[in-house]
Design a protein around this ligand. Sequence first.
Ligand code: SF4
Length: 557
Amino acid sequence: MNLERESLDFDIVFTGAGPANLTAVLHLQHLINQHNAQAEASLDPDIAVLEKGRYTGAHLLSGAILDPSVFDLFLPDFRERECPLEAEVSNESVWFLAGQKKFPIPYLPEPFRNKGCYLVSLSKLGAWLAGEAEAQGITILDSTAAVEPVIESGCVKGIVTDDKGLDKQGVRKPGSEHGMQLNAKVIVVGEGARGSIFRQLDQEFRLQEESRKQIYETGVKEIWKIPENRIKAGEVHHTFGYPLPPSIYGGGWLYALSDTEVSLGFVTSAEPERPVVDPHYNLQLFKLHPFVRKIIERGTVLEYGAKTITSGGYHAMPKLYGPGFLLTGESAGLVNMQRLKGLHLAMHSGVLAAETLFAALLSGDYSANALKDYQKRFETSTAHEEMYRAGNYRQGFEKSLYKGLVQAGLRLKVPGLTLAEKTVSPKENRLQPGRKEYNNWMKGKNAFSPDTSLTFSKSTDLYASGTVHEEDQPCHLLISKEDIAEICTKKCTEEFGNPCQHFCPASVYEIDLDADPILKLTPSNCLHCKTCEIADPYGIITWQPPEGGGGPGYKLS
Ligand code: SF4
């Protein structure tokens, strides 16, 4: 569709108001303020920050443990400024769960320790950072999705935002509005894991050409209010083992945000090679383990949500810049799976992006050569050192939990150790689950019935995510009619039993082989986690942002 769009001119447009971009815009404004206080010629760039959620923080979800050392780089008085820190990490443990038993890991090596770190709600932290930025005069445009980069003559020139008011067929409803074209000298892409702008930039500029394959996990989380005397604020517990078999990577967490509120969640690998998983079901089983049950029973769920985690590590990072753009946070692949953390790295990338942008504002040079400075800044930073030391930690677990543990031990002796990774041939990329294994798994899943006090169905949990979308809008999950006819209802049914019905944590996909249409989508349930685009074994699902303002409404996650 070729539309005459209204356009606005900016110097810098940030796509995504997550911790990386909010840190970037805040630090940039501090640098500008310092400059303007001393220099004769003031800098007054036009800046826009786009957020697809209906408020800042609405789409932000993480465990989360924050390494506060990153604040030294841009906001050392964060405590006095009432940064929302739920609790300082007090004691911590790692457990191997085997069936209904649990075994403590007696010694926690340095990368696994969280002394001096804080438990936070990422949603609250994002809202607080946004408040700090707004106090500096920055405007955050919420309910505004970035849908497409503007690329001219091999250079990014801006962003197109979402159309509003289209019906399911794409026809304009009364009061509809075209998206805008926001022209910019630089766009800063910080969309979290597997963003749609990143995907388009990667197709155009081949940002991962020299990297190893990027991989992902799906994290599913609940916040619980629990009775007193079960746990102490600041306690941190991580688990591995049950309910996963050793062949599937993942594990659980339980963090005491206060004496009566816990963040608990479960991470399951999202792999197109092994798509028959159900991250939500794994979380329900996790809660049934006596270790977790005794802490949360007779409590209530306050919030539910899901997100994917970029977990390929140092060697899977894309190139961090290109003509007219920078990548920050998880768009840049910045998660350290060895420490199970990425928040401080995302914020660190924001600091480095701000310094690069400030230099560009001073020199007036926004060329790819000038933006390359961002990559150089990263390569001499402690964030780089940390990512490098963790190497390809997560890939060590691709074959099995036990091989992964051996490799994890080796890495403690040799930081930065990078081991060979599984290379998947196109044939292997269609790994059929063993029929017996699949049948057993389905048998267990079919027999599972949520008790509605400790365990819940996806639809009950979804209610606690605050998810809303305009129902009458074009479907934001793109699958061609041919693929639905040839793959969804034939090949995929035979080879995998339609895993989209399982891996989506929001029951968006339903296959009814006796109905017409066979594939039923409920896109208004979508949590924007992107698991479907990642774990789809045929690569036929494309996730694009729905109308801005739709999606989850996290407040505590
Ligand atoms: Fe996640 Fe939405 Fe895809 Fe379901 S449809 S897997 S909630 S992105």
